[in-house]
Design a protein around this ligand. Sequence first.
Ligand code: HPA
Length: 270
Amino acid sequence: MLEKIKETAAYIKARVGEIPETAIILGTGLGALVDHITDKQFIPYTEIPNFPISTVEGHSGNLIFGKLGEKPVVAMQGRFHYYEGYDMKQVTFPVRVMKAMGVKTLFVSNAAGGMNKEFVVGDIMIITDHINLFPENPLRGKNYNELGPRFPAMTEAYSHRLVNLATEIASRKGIRVMKGVYVGTPGPTFETPAEYEYFRIIGGDAVGMSTVPEVIVANHGGMEVFGVSVITDLGGKEVTDVPTHEEVQKAAEAAQPKMMEIMRELIAEC
Ligand code: HPA
């Protein structure tokens, strides 16, 4: 694994002049941030050695190097989901590579179903913590001390500094933001009403099918992490709405301008 990470990092470094210290995983709700990146250089995943091969047609994905405002950034346009069939090492490989290239801070976004009864569709939730309900931890197996410790702490998986700064930015801009705990599940099923209820009872505010693996690996590598969810549907025992992929996409798109505004400012200021 170490050799593959090094090989991939060296390949990308050879193609790109300056390696940014800031990386963004453009999940649902943040795709349009690409339009704000200037001096863009695209590297399709298909050209990157050792990158997972996309299983979804038309979803090949790109690494995008450029500038967001003054700040050099690298963005992942398209991520690898566990439900697509990738294993946890494949899902998190790009984060390993980013770390090896010198990235220090990781920003992630996702769409999530809300269990917190104060949430409404279209809300933005700053992730303060997570609960890993994936069947496997991405760090399972041999540990490479070069990558991080065998038993990494997850006490501050989401940087308090960045949570506070994002909260301040949202309040300055008059954008309603919620804060909460993200429950990461393998998917691809949405939850049964009883499952939403269960996730709420164990301390979750929103549930989704991504983010947790990448955040674990970023923390293992000592990166500072910020995550945000857009609440695209609500779940619970008394909720009878049936969530669909289309509804999730639509709600995420509607919330995109708010999400982007916070993220742009946060990345500029942090
Ligand atoms: N559950 C799981 N993942 C999701 C949901 C949900 O309700 N909404 C968007 N992603």
